[in-house]
Design a protein around this ligand. Structure first.
Ligand code: MV4
Length: 450
């Protein structure tokens, strides 16, 4: 097992990883920018190293500075958290080249899944269902046209190097194809320095459902069920649930069996998430994330598992030590992502937190690095707290979330707590009847009403 882990991240996820390390008896190294000298992840770490100025590119993305910090402190592994360097195959490679362990998948698997065309080809090969689309890249307009005729309009043109919604263009019909195709390639080139694109049938009202998997270095793979992440605004998730209100236990088992078989055949290691679109009773794979995700706590609550502890154990070479039958699903979990934003305009609201009181009680979990007196810096993601509840049924979880939100007191900065309250009170949310478009409509209706 590792003696000391450097955590190449900040905020709540840095604390989350520190917690797992501490319970495993592993020392922690925090890295931080000059803007984060007073941050909680620095205060709670065993050691800390300043790695650069506020801008992420000069600090949390500064690979030489992070590797130097690991060398100076004698860390033997690096946990990247999410965002920043977590899906950078070159970084994973360099960590290995320096004789350290990257806590995550292999650099090869990160690179494969980072190329969305390669990811789909690999998944197809091992039997995972895909959205109908092009077989690989679409190199010219003629190919685009013939693919569209085959699968039918509307179609979606996506960047191979994209993901998370960046660089997508819809063509409603034949007339709109040329413009969508050219725009997609131009934007992909500008955003990613890679203008390769592929095509899919556009699904008009899917749910976004993802599956958590965990693999050891010895060929054992289990899944921890699905999360419903349909409630997003501009590709930013606001709220996640486990399990999905739309999925039966039999569907979960079937999807899990397909996914674990596939990943065993691909030789995948450590934590991963397969993203699917779900519409009309069918799952279609779209992308795979090769990192721990923001919303992992809903799965932890549902399955009573510490996913970060598992990541660390498996990265150190341990065997899973249990099988799929040992993974159990109990009750229902919901996470509200609370950001430092105006709850109507979604403008970031950095500033000094003057008061902070977190809710508590049975089935309530807060993952946050906030404290009274903390200054929320303007340089990074605006997520300041994840409020997670677990209860026997979905309705119980909604009731618990509502009371926890009412208990949550943050002063000095604006947060999205009021928006989450309104969502909990909404009848169609309570019915579990939503698609990826629900939140945009909810926010628009709310703006019209005020
Ligand atoms: C789609 C789609 C409809 N049809 N693919 C957006 C993020 C990226 N991961 C994939 N995305 C989508 N892919 C097909 N074939 C609709 C979306 C999409 C979306 C997906 C998940 C959650 C929110 C979304 C919001 C808009 C569009």
């Amino acid at each position: 097992m590792f003696q000391k882990i450097l955590i190449a991240n900040r905020g709540e996820i840095a604390l989350r990883v520190q917690r797992a390390c501490r319970e495993l008896g592993i020392a922690t190294v925090a890295v931080h920018s000059t803007a984060d000298a007073e941050a909680m992840h620095v205060r709670l770490a065993d050691e800390s190293v300043c790695i650069g100025p506020p801008a992420a590119k000069d600090s949390y993305l500064n690979i030489p500075a992070i590797l130097s910090a690991a060398a100076i402190t004698g860390a033997d592994a690096i946990h990247p958290g999410y965002g920043f360097l977590s899906e950078n195959a070159g970084f994973a490679d360099m960590v290995d080249a320096h004789g350290l362990t990257f806590i995550g998948p292999t650099a090869q698997h990160i690179a494969m899944m980072g190329d969305k065309i390669a990811a789909k080809a690999a998944m197809k090969e091992v039997g995972v269902p895909l959205v109908p689309g092009s077989d690989g890249a679409v190199p010219d307009l003629e190919t685009a046209s013939s693919v569209a005729e085959r699968i039918g309009y509307p179609v979606l043109i996506k960047a191979a190097a994209g993901g998370g919604g960046r660089g997508m263009k819809v063509a409603q019909d034949k007339e709109g194809l040329e413009e969508a195709y050219r725009l997609a390639r131009t934007e992909a080139r500008a955003a990613f320095g890679n203008d390769a694109v592929y095509m899919e049938k556009y699904l008009d009202r899917p749910r976004h459902i993802e599956l958590q998997v965990m693999a050891d270095n010895h060929g054992n793979v289990v899944h921890f069920g699905e999360r419903d992440c349909s409630l997003q605004r501009r590709h930013q998730k606001l709220l996640e649930e486990a399990g999905s209100p739309a999925i039966s236990p039999a569907q979960r088992d079937a999807l899990g069996e397909t996914a674990t078989t596939a990943l065993r055949r691909l030789g995948y290691r450590n934590a991963g998430t397969l993203e699917f679109l779900y519409q009309d009773g069918h799952f279609a794979f779209i992308e795979m994330n090769t990192r721990l995700q923001v919303e992992h706590p809903v799965t932890e609550m549902l399955c009573d598992v510490d996913l970060v502890r598992e990541q660390i154990r498996l990265a150190a070479g341990a065997e899973l030590g249990y099988g799929q039958r040992d993974v159990t699903f109990s009750g229902h979990a919901i996470e509200c992502r609370i950001t430092a934003e105006d709850p109507h305009s979604f403008t970031p609201t950095p500033g000094r937190v003057t008061m902070f009181h977190a809710p508590g009680g049975l089935g309530v979990r807060i993952d946050s690095a906030l404290y009274a007196g903390y200054f929320v810096p303007p340089y990074y993601d605006s997520l300041v707290a994840k409020l997670i509840v677990h209860a026997p049924t979905r309705q119980d979880a909604i009731n618990r979330m509502r009371r926890a939100l009412d208990e949550f007191a943050v002063s000095g900065i604006q947060t999205t707590i009021p928006l989450h309250r309104e969502i909990m009170d909404d009848p169609s949310f309570q019915a579990g009847d939503y698609t990826i478009h629900w939140l945009e409509n909810f926010v628009a209706g709310r703006r019209a009403a005020t």
